[in-house]
Ligand binder design. Structure first.
Ligand code: ATP
Length: 201
């Protein structure tokens, strides 16, 4: 399976771009959505989390997101610890999912693709880029957050310039360029690359 990643900062438009790829028939793995399910369904992960954070982060056998949010709020070490437990499990789960796909290529969408090391397992990486001021506006209206709070989240992520160094393709989502033609152009190239890879094997 030819594996493609889509990354970008918060509010850059990763999900929006992935929806267009889905319309073109490409299967997409949304890492955040799947990670949320793994907190409850992956027993190995659950044991690790309880070992490091205590039983109280699960109530009635369900992961207590609010409790965890209180623990990691303003505590970067605890956040890093949580990520170090969750990321390897999501990488494994995504790899299993990738193996089951039958389209010529499949996409994994994740905000922390480069930080988690999972971009190394991909054949190509697409960056969705957008200036910070537009991202603040989008996320504060989508999630009803103060712009300052959005900025705090943005500052916890890798800067766009660093993500760009790792990316093979870039989709500019600053509302001045149309998204669909950009996605279509990359889709054609990916189909070609995936076919070339298949012929070599
Ligand atoms: P997150 O990292 O928070 O998951 P994301 O990168 O997946 O965000 P989206 O959820 O796709 O970003 O987009 C953020 C918000 O901006 C959404 O409300 C979306 O509808 C809006 N948005 C994205 N792209 C555009 C665009 N080109 N024009 C107008 N609104 C947009």
């Amino acid at each position: 399976m030819y594996k493609v990643g889509i990354t970008g900062g918060i509010g850059s438009g990763k999900t929006t771009v992935c929806k267009i790829f889905e319309v073109l028939g490409v299967p997409v793995y949304y890492a955040d959505v799947e990670a949320k399910k793994l907190y409850d369904n992956d027993y190995e992960l659950k044991d690790l989390i309880i070992h490091h954070f205590g039983k109280e982060v699960y109530s009635n056998n369900k992961f207590d997101r609010l409790r965890m949010r209180e623990i990691i709020y303003n505590n970067d070490d605890k956040l890093a610890l949580l990520n170090s437990l969750v990321h390897p499990r999501v990488i494994l789960h995504a790899n299993e999912w990738m193996k089951q796909q039958t389209h010529s290529y499949a996409i994994k969408e994740a905000a922390l693709m480069i930080e988690s090391g999972s971009s190394k397992e991909l054949d190509k990486l697409i960056l969705v880029s957008c200036p910070v001021d537009i991202r603040i506006e989008r996320v504060s209206s989508r999630d009803l957050l103060a712009p300052e709070e959005v900025m705090v989240r943005i500052e916890k992520q890798l800067p766009e310039e660093i993500m760009r160094e790792h990316a093979d393709f870039e989709i500019v989502n600053d509302e001045s360029l149309l998204l669909i033609p950009q996605v279509e152009a990359i889709h054609s190239q990916l189909l070609m690359l995936a076919n070339q890879q298949r012929q070599q094997h």
